[in-house]
Write a protein that binds this ligand. Structure first.
Ligand code: BTN
Length: 246
């Protein structure tokens, strides 16, 4: 896949969405700095020059609309593998979109897609990795970390190349199988969302439950206090620990 580097952009995700809307072909876009980096749930993603990795993929997957959100989980698996390969650091996955080290967030994933004739026209999937930060603003200092703070010494280009390589490998399997089944076991072995008391935050609805891991549809299974098992789809949901971020 074509890999393009640029110095500065509002958001690599937004730029690829613009390109996709005018017929852009699959590619990777990496920026040194983002002026309006976007996070999940309408948040901003602070993207100072050179501190983080700001990278997005434009994809045109021939899959059903329901399967498109699984690409975020695939990116999580790929980023876990790539970070390990390039830095030696072992991350964990926090369903659906975060990578964590010792309970603190080191990377986040953001996907956008548009539908045409009942099929995904394109999917843009972006990842932001905290690489070289040596401190964070007070509001997020307790929940955020960087690869450098976690003791990693690595070369930025190696990490970029590893992410592209790992993502392509996982993505090809996913597209071939059209299913998350082949990844479920691996995901559950890497996620912090197994056997943990969590708070599920949906728009207008918040409740506690015991998380059990993901199923073959990539949904998080939780056991409610009534013992009923509920499968949660990603979308506008966030899952937090009862006492903190995980
Ligand atoms: C999150 O909220 O955890 C998701 C953060 C995603 C940030 C990345 S950085 C590259 C890409 N471009 C953006 O504007 N956002 C994503």
């Amino acid at each position: 896949m074509y890999i393009e580097h640029i110095d500065v952009i509002d958001s690599t995700n937004e730029e690829l969405i613009r390109r996709a809307r005018v017929g852009g072909m699959p590619q990777v876009l990496i920026a040194t700095e983002q002026l309006a980096g976007r996070g999940r749930l309408g948040r901003t993603w602070v993207s100072n020059k050179g501190e983080g990795l700001y990278m997005s993929f434009l994809l045109r997957p021939e899959i059903s609309v329901e399967k498109a959100p699984l690409i975020s989980l695939i990116m999580g698996l790929a980023a876990h593998e790539a970070i390990k390969e390039a830095t030696g650091i072992e991350t964990k996955l926090k369903w659906p979109n975060d990578l964590v080290i010792d309970g603190k967030k080191v990377a986040g994933i953001l996907a956008s897609s548009e539908i045409k004739d009942g099929k995904p026209d394109f999917v843009v999937i972006g990842i932001g990795i905290n690489m070289f930060h040596s401190e964070f603003p007070e509001e997020i200092a307790v929940t955020a970390t960087s690869l450098k703070l976690a003791g990693g010494t690595f070369i930025r280009e190696d990490l970029e190349n590893s992410i592209v390589k790992s993502f392509n490998r996982y993505y090809d399997i996913f597209i071939r199988e059209e299913s998350f089944r082949a990844f479920m076991e691996e995901y559950n072995s890497l996620t912090v969302n197994v056997d943990r008391r969590v708070k599920v935050i949906e728009p207008g609805n918040e409740y506690e439950a015991d998380s059990m891991g993901v199923n073959e549809n990539g949904e998080l299974m939780v056991r409610l206090d009534s013992k009923e098992i509920k499968c949660i789809r990603s979308g506008e949901v966030s899952v937090r620990g009862v006492y903190g971020y995980i």
